[in-house]
Design a protein around this ligand. Structure first.
Ligand SMILES: C[S@@+](CC[C@H](N)C(=O)[O-])C[C@H]1O[C@@H](n2cnc3c(N)ncnc32)[C@H](O)[C@@H]1O
Length: 159
C-alpha cells in the first residue's frame, strides 16, 4: 500500500514519538547551522520537504530569518498546502514552497549553491541506495537524516 505522506506527519504531534524526538534534533541542528552562517543573505533548500516543519518552525524565531531565502520542494500537494499556510502564518515572505519532484534540478535554479541543504527522511525510503549524497552546498551545511539517524555532513568534509 502506498504511503500517505500527509498522514505520516501526524506522528510529529505524538508526544515522545520517535518522529517528535527526531524533529527536535533536526530543528536544533538547523538552528545551529543558521547560527554558524556568515553574515549576509543566505540560501536554504529542502528536498522532499514534507510540511516543512523542520525549517519553518526554526526560521520563525531565528535572528537570521530576514537574511534567509528558502525553497521547499515537495511532491504531495496536501503537504505543500500546509507548508504554504505555515509560511503565510509566520510571514516568511522569502520562503517559497514548490510542488514538484525534488529530483528535478530546475527546481533549485537561483538557489544553489545553497548555504544549508536539508535532505531529511529521504534516503531511508530508497532501497538499494549506494550513491553518496552529493552536496548542493558550497562549503556549508548539508543535513541528511537516514531513517531516524542523523548524519551531519559538511560539504567541506565530503571533499
Ligand atoms: C519521510 S517524509 C519527510 C518529510 C520532511 N523532509 C521531514 O523530514 O519532515 C518524505 C517526503 O518526501 C516526499 N516525496 C516523495 N517523493 C518525492 C519526490 N520525488 N519529490 C519531492 N518530494 C517527494 C513525500 O511526499 C514526503 O512528504
Amino acid at each position: 500500500m502506498a504511503m500517505d505522506w500527509r498522514a505520516w506527519h501526524d506522528q510529529y504531534d505524538l508526544a515522545d514519538s520517535s518522529l517528535a524526538r527526531r524533529l527536535k534534533v533536526v530543528q536544533q541542528q538547523v538552528g545551529a547551522a543558521l547560527d554558524d552562517c556568515p553574515p549576509g543573505p543566505l540560501r536554504v533548500v529542502s528536498l522532499c520537504a514534507g510540511q516543512g516543519r523542520d525549517l519553518l518552525e526554526v526560521l520563525d524565531g531565528h535572528p537570521r530569518r530576514a537574511d534567509v531565502r528558502a525553497r521547499l520542494v515537495e511532491l504531495d500537494e496536501r503537504n505543500t498546502a500546509l507548508a504554504s499556510a505555515a509560511v503565510r502564518a509566520a510571514g516568511l515572505d522569502q520562503v517559497e514552497v514548490l510542488t514538484g519532484d525534488a529530483a528535478l534540478t530546475d527546481h533549485y535554479r537561483g538557489m544553489v549553491p545553497a548555504d544549508v541543504v536539508l535532505v531529511c527522511g529521504l534516503f531511508g525510503n530508497i532501497t538499494d541506495f549506494t550513491a553518496e549524497p552529493q552536496p548542493l552546498a558550497a562549503g556549508d551545511s548539508m543535513f541528511t537524516f537516514v531513517g531516524y539517524g542523523l548524519l551531519k555532513q559538511r560539504s567541506s568534509d565530503a571533499g
